[in-house]
Design a protein around this ligand. Sequence first.
Ligand SMILES: NC(=O)c1ccc[n+]([C@@H]2O[C@H](COP(=O)([O-])OP(=O)(O)OC[C@H]3O[C@@H](n4cnc5c(N)ncnc54)[C@H](OP(=O)(O)O)[C@@H]3O)[C@@H](O)[C@H]2O)c1
Length: 257
Amino acid sequence: MNISFQDKVLLITGATSGIGEALAAAAVRLGGRVMLTGRNSEKLAELQESLSPAPDSLAILAGDLADDAFRVRLVAETVERFGGLDVLVNNAGIIHSDTVAALDMAAYERVMNLNLGAVVHLSHLAVPHLEARKGNIVNVSSVAGTRAFPGILSYCISKAGTDQFTRCAALELAAQGIRVNAVNPGVVETRLHLNSGMEPAAYRNFLERSKQTHPIGRVGRPEEIADLILFLASDAAGWITGGCYAIDGGRAETCAR
Ligand SMILES: NC(=O)c1ccc[n+]([C@@H]2O[C@H](COP(=O)([O-])OP(=O)(O)OC[C@H]3O[C@@H](n4cnc5c(N)ncnc54)[C@H](OP(=O)(O)O)[C@@H]3O)[C@@H](O)[C@H]2O)c1
């Protein structure tokens, strides 16, 4: 099986770090014309330099996806720059520690607005462009979308919403020739937890413990998640829609005992 994104336009959110950064590199390698976004403009400029894309095949736009107006601008500038859109990867996300008993509604709304609101809104904005090219959407969800974990309440809800959005959108958009899928990773070593305020020592312990909580005995690598996203986004997956695919070393199959 040969996967190529030659002449395909991909919009990748959360491209400045972790899974999105690995995805950006792979998409460029496979010949895609790619728009990368995140808030960190220095990192975007560094990626533009280091990925050494073919001429005119990589664009960057820095901005905050919590902002509705930036979402509108992002889709519009992608289409203007490349003349269309084939693949939207909704990857940007944040995690936050909260429980039903200890809840900060402002933080809850921040998580929901980015992890779910931006996914729904960007997908909405992309529909006419994806329809024109029979394109597709891949959402980066989590094992926390399919299984309950204590202590990350808003994150779990946002990812469960992403999974249900994936199924609803897949049904609604199938007749327009647009596919919609999601990936549900287990723990992957990225900046996600550190950016949420987890201390480096606690994060090292968490990664160590994850060897036990993931049956395969290790955490995931960003490149592994990128490969599944790109398979789902490719023509090779032309009959796949509405799926939420676990990529988690068996994490979702475990039960506490
Ligand atoms: N790592 C894991 O264990 C794991 C497991 C399951 C699912 N996931 C999911 O994988 C996706 C990628 O996360 P990651 O692990 O690669 O984390 P990461 O290294 O922290 O990357 C997160 C990305 O999201 C972007 N982002 C965060 N807030 C943003 C905002 N307000 N506006 C625009 N962009 C924003 C960040 O860019 P800037 O900082 O430049 O804005 C960064 O590029 C997330 O949806 C996450 O929930 C991760």
